[in-house]
Design a protein around this ligand. Structure first.
Ligand code: ATP
Ligand code: MG
Length: 720
């Protein structure tokens, strides 16, 4: 590509950033202003014009998917594959560093990464063996404590304790956990970052090697870096590196996980002569959507401040739909998507965003009922599914017998008659004698501590793993995987599981074999065996949102995982007080973060935005009443219109539609879903009706007064 072409699709400000002389650069700009585009073009510029070697470039993104997308776009711009460039997430890059220098990082060659579910299991087991009350010292809280400390770069022996008994216990749990991990060669997600940082800190020759190599570092979504990630970049960069960071303080949404938006200011202080550049033209959204987003976010204090504008047309108003309950809400959203599909729209251009993962279920059901394909981005991901974790656990154990998490997972899956008492003894011996579970099992068998039957059952398991390892060692990865899931009998176990679920599990296991076949493995870069590389890939992938964007399917995801993405049509559901903002975030700081999350959601929409809320909702088995979210009230009214039900001719098969009849009362009529106004209760929505003529009764949901039955002829209802 010619340089002219490279710069042709950029505005003046973007061009200035892309072509800036090498040096430290902060691009601070609002949503949809082309930050990611600038980052990609800058890399192409460095390669084509500055003639930098691909190996001199490190680019950090927020998800593996974003990294893959970025690599693809760079290759399109530059025209060739870019070998040697490091492009990935912080975790992916840290993993790579640790594999290359595992000895210097004090890790075994075959260290393995555990995801949060395995981390919880391990903590649960440790807390139990420490004889602590699990209710008081919950594994989940322990996980938060440990991750929090690691994200701040704090090791157990550095925890400052001011005579505080509680803190002291958490610290002991942290200590015990870390010992167990180190012993078994386990690395959790936070550990990846911390250890990679410590490697650079403690091994100057390694640091120098990378400082000499990476003379260009670029980071996207910088507002969500945490302390250790910042320190990592700072250390790696040294004084002779050009660092470009792009970010938006208004989109900082991971403060609850330790992200520090202050890192943006810190960058300006710590990186000499850093230049700041702003982009102000938004290319993503219509004028209405952008204006609404600008007004919404202007209600936060403490902003670095920016002024986003667009040349786009005003576009459609934002639709606001007041649903009776979550079923009505889901039906409305699904109907709207169906209408847009019938008008020629693609399903993959529609995204449904929600505050918490649990909200997806009702939508999934409505989508299934209507027959619309969907994919969940960030939900139950492939590598987190039960049968896949079982398959992977066998592979992990074959790869490393000392992997306790994997041992725990499959020792009795499928059941092979190893009793709880035997397993308790294995665990206890492991703890007392500082052994791994595998070593402890061997020890108990060799020392004849167990009864004959228990010993035989356990030995059978150990032999199974050893045999699988020996017999598959020389096979290609996918054949090895296939053999392991068949011979371990997890395949036949799930084959016997009845119904669709068993069928789906078998499909998933087949998919696992496909995944290993498709796994692109580069021995030179990874420096480890294919199985080991694949297992690391699987562990890191669970952090990322796995989605199949290739097929035409409605995209479901949390607001958090929608960051950086864009869709023609966006639905934000559950915009209610107590849902969004979430009940845990009502104090001022957290509330501002919630508002930023709302800003992220609104700015994902290119053409059409719909916001829905429900008057009542079933949550955790209870019916709750919610007011509309304060964020709805904060949108400029001129940009919003109320949406009605049945705007389409869609034939719905839900129960509301079936009972929907039109009643007449003094020449006027009511329909289910209609909005009405009552002199006392205010605005409400007809959610049910019975009887006819004079005696007809309407059930109306009023946002402020709950649900009431009223006699139509007396109620003095107004339509609107
Ligand atoms: P976010 O803050 O959400 O991550 P962003 O600032 O990274 O957004 P991009 O995703 O890079 O923005 O760009 C938003 C959209 O605008 C993309 O579809 C992109 O292709 C388009 N775009 C950006 N700059 C231009 C331009 N100069 N001309 C045409 N389209 C552009
Ligand atoms: Mg971006």
């Amino acid at each position: 590509m010619y340089v002219y072409d490279l710069l042709n699709h950029l505005n003046d400000k973007q061009r200035e950033a892309v072509t800036a002389p090498r040096g430290n650069l902060l691009v601070l700009a609002g949503a949809g202003s082309g930050k990611t585009r600038v980052l990609v073009h800058r890399i192409a510029w460095l390669l084509l014009v500055e003639h930098c070697l691909p190996s001199s470039i490190m680019a950090v993104t927020f998800t593996n998917k974003a990294a893959a997308e970025m690599r693809h776009r760079i290759e399109q711009l530059v025209g060739t594959k870019q070998c040697g460039m490091w492009l990935g997430t912080f975790h992916g890059l840290a993993n790579r560093l640790l594999h290359t220098h595992h000895q210097d990082a004090n890790l075994p060659n075959d260290f393995h990464i555990i995801d949060s579910e395995d981390q919880l299991r391990l903590l649960k087991r440790l807390i139990k063996t420490m004889n602590l009350d699990e209710k008081k010292w919950s594994p989940r809280q322990a996980m938060w404590y440990i991750c929090g400390k690691k994200d701040q770069g704090i090791r157990p022996y550095n925890v400052k304790i001011y005579g505080n008994q509680i803190e002291q216990t958490w610290q002991i749990i942290y200590h015990t956990y870390q010992e167990a991990c180190d012993h078994a060669g386990i690395v959790d997600f936070a550990e990846l970052l911390l250890r990679a940082y410590e490697l650079l800190l403690n091994k100057p020759h390694i640091l120098q090697q990378y400082r000499d190599r990476f003379t260009n570092i670029l980071v996207d979504e910088f507002q969500d870096t945490n302390k250790i990630q910042y320190a990592w970049i700072q250390r790696l960069a040294g004084n002779n590196c050009s660092v470009m960071i792009v970010g938006d303080d208004d989109q900082s949404i991971y403060g609850w996980r330790g992200a520090k938006v202050e890192n943006i200011n810190r960058f300006l202080e710590n990186f000499p002569d850093a230049k700041i550049m702003r982009l102000e033209q938004n290319y993503r959204s219509t004028c209405n959507i952008l204006q609404a987003a600008n007004v919404l976010i202007s209600q936060n204090g403490n902003r670095l401040g920016k002024n986003l504008w667009t040349k786009s047309l005003k576009g459609e108003l934002i639709s606001l739909y007041c649903a009776f309950n979550e079923l009505d809400e889901a039906r409305f959203v699904v109907n709207s998507i169906k209408v847009s599909q019938e008008q020629g729209g693609a399903l993959k251009d529609c995204a449904i965003l929600y505050r918490s993962n649990a909200q997806s279920r009702v939508l999934e059901e409505a989508l299934l009922q209507t027959g619309l394909p969907y994919s969940i981005y960030g939900g139950m991901r492939f590598f987190e599914r039960q049968e896949i974790k079982d398959g992977l656990a066998y592979l992990r154990l074959i790869n490393n017998r000392n992997n306790d998490a994997a041992y725990e997972r499959v020792v009795n899956t499928p059941p092979r008659g190893i009793g709880d008492r035997t397993l308790d003894l294995v665990r206890k011996t492991a703890r007392n004698q500082q052994l791994t579970l595998w070593q402890s099992s061997r020890h108990l068998i060799d020392e004849r501590v167990l009864t004959g039957r228990a010993s035989a059952a356990l030995l059978q398991f150990l032999n199974l793993i050893d045999t699988l390892a020996a017999e598959t060692a020389e096979l290609p990865l996918h054949v090895q995987t296939d053999t392991v899931i068949k011979n371990s009998r997890i395949w036949s176990m799930y084959e016997h599981e009845k119904g669709e679920k068993g069928q789906a599990r078998i499909e998933n296991l087949k998919e696992l074999v496909t995944a290993t076949r498709q796994f692109q493995y580069n021995y030179e870069e990874q420096n480890v065996l294919p199985l080991q590389a694949f297992l690391s890939h699987a562990a890191i992938d669970t952090m990322d949102e796995q989605a199949s964007f290739c097929k035409d399917a409605v995209q479901l995801m949390t607001l958090h995982s929608s960051k950086g993405l864009e869709f023609k049509q966006v639905f934000i559901i559950g915009m209610e007080e107590g849902m969004f903002p979430s009940p845990m975030s009502l104090e001022e700081d957290r509330l501002e973060e919630e508002r930023r999350l709302a800003y992220v959601g609104v700015t994902r929409a290119m053409k059409k935005l719909t916001i829905t809320y429900a008057v009542t909702r079933r949550m955790y088995g209870k019916t709750v009443y919610h007011r509309p979210s304060r964020f709805i009230g904060e949108l400029p009214q001129a940009c919003v219109k109320k949406a009605c039900l049945h705007a389409s001719g869609i034939k719905s098969t839900t129960r509301y539609q079936r009972i929907s009849t039109v009643l007449s009362k003094n020449n006027s009529s009511f329909t289910i879903g209609q909005l009405v106004r009552h002199p006392t209760f205010g605005e409400g929505k007809v959610v049910n009706m019975e009887g006819s003529g004079e005696h007809s009764r309407l059930q109306i949901a009023f946002p402020d007064y709950g649900i009431k039955w009223l006699v139509a002829s007396y109620a003095q209802l107004e339509h609107f």
